[in-house]
Ligand binder design. Structure first.
Ligand code: GDP
Length: 327
């Protein structure tokens, strides 16, 4: 198994898409031998020094994510850039029936030699979503992609998770019917660098313009972040269908990325992210180790039953458990 890793690493560094696809399959696998192979591979690739612009893209089903990514990706590929599209979908139910990053949703882009599209892994492989996604991003960077778009749906913790592996975060919205802000959680407004109100075309154009103005107003009320230049976070209208405003959106993304690089925020953010992942990995590794220990599971179940039965308080039971673990 391990024998092929060196060869695979070279093929990835040479930008071979098939090798990249195989490597992503390896990092997504839960099999122990695959995990070992993936670790060896990432180790070999660790020092290539290539960096992509990592952009997170979120939006509820139906806002036009795939239409946008197809048009946006095509525009960039035509400029000679290499674009990878990955998907993060930790939700157990796939709302709207759309599979993120599905190639049939981005037919033209998936045929481009400069593009790599990877659907979200199947549900049975969803353990350790964050780590697997990060590893997939690292593989794309090693393969020389200029841009890695990480697509996610607007549910649960997925946006926060994606924001933790991105340099920029883009929120895609559809025009609202009324004049009230859509049910967008404050949390996501806080992580968004750019809000793009899609479908600004035909009959929806006026509504899109209004929605955009509402969000621009809401963003102005929020505290300006230290890592942002004047005017960010920003709201703009786009039409993925008519390929309108995508070039401007790209200009803004680049301007923000350049500014953050120049100010040192870029490096700082990546370091913070690395530190965060380290802690997260230790924490989940510890938990996994505990949960796989039969004696621990037996004691946990017993203590849980005692707590449930009111024999002992949750805090006392936890203190006892921790004391035993330490001893
Ligand atoms: P996703 O679920 O977020 O990936 O959304 P899709 O890309 O599948 O788009 C959902 C629907 O919105 C489809 O019927 C698209 O044709 C439509 N749509 C996407 N982008 C635009 C746009 O720019 N303008 C208009 N009018 N419709 C769009």
């Amino acid at each position: 198994m391990m024998a092929g890793t060196g060869d695979l690493a070279e093929r990835i560094l040479a930008g071979e898409r098939r090798a990249l696809a195989r490597a992503v399959t390896l990092v997504e696998s839960t099999r122990a031998d695959h995990r070992a192979e993936a670790a060896g591979l990432l180790d070999r690739l660790g020092t290539h020094g290539r960096q992509a612009l990592r952009i997170g893209l979120s939006g509820t089903p139906g806002v036009g994510k795939s239409t946008f990514i197809e048009a946006f990706g095509m525009m960039l590929v035509e400029q000679g850039l290499k674009v990878a599209v990955l998907a993060v979908d930790p939700s157990s139910t796939r709302s709207g029936g759309s599979i993120l990053g599905d190639k049939t949703r981005m037919e033209r882009l998936s045929r481009e030699a400069g593009a790599f599209i990877r659907p979200s892994p199947s549900l049975s492989h969803l353990g350790g979503v964050s780590r697997r996604s990060r590893e997939a991003v690292a593989l794309c960077e090693a393969a020389g992609f200029d841009l890695v778009l990480i697509e996610t749906v607007g549910v649960g913790q997925s946006e926060t998770m994606v924001a933790e592996m991105c340099d920029l975060f883009v929120l895609l919205l559809a025009p609202a019917g009324g004049d009230e802000l859509q049910g967008v959680k404050r949390g996501i407004m806080e992580i968004a660098d750019l809000i793009l109100v899609n479908k600004a075309d035909g009959e929806l154009k006026a509504a899109a313009t209004r929605t955009c103005a509402d969000y621009a107003g809401a963003l102005r009320l929020m505290r300006k972040r230290a890592q942002d230049p004047e005017g960010f976070p920003k709201a703009m209208t786009v039409s993925a269908w008519e390929v309108e405003g995508l070039d401007l959106a790209w200009d803004e993304m680049q301007a923000l990325a350049e500014w953050r690089k120049a100010q040192g925020h870029w490096v700082a953010r990546r370091s913070q992210q690395a530190a965060h992942w380290f802690e997260q990995e230790v924490r989940s590794g510890l938990l996994a180790r505990l949960q796989s220990d039969p004696e621990v599971t037996r004691r946990m179940a017993k203590a849980a039953a005692q707590v449930a039965g009111g024999e002992i308080s949750p805090d006392a039971a936890a203190a006892e458990m921790l004391g035993w673990l330490r001893g």
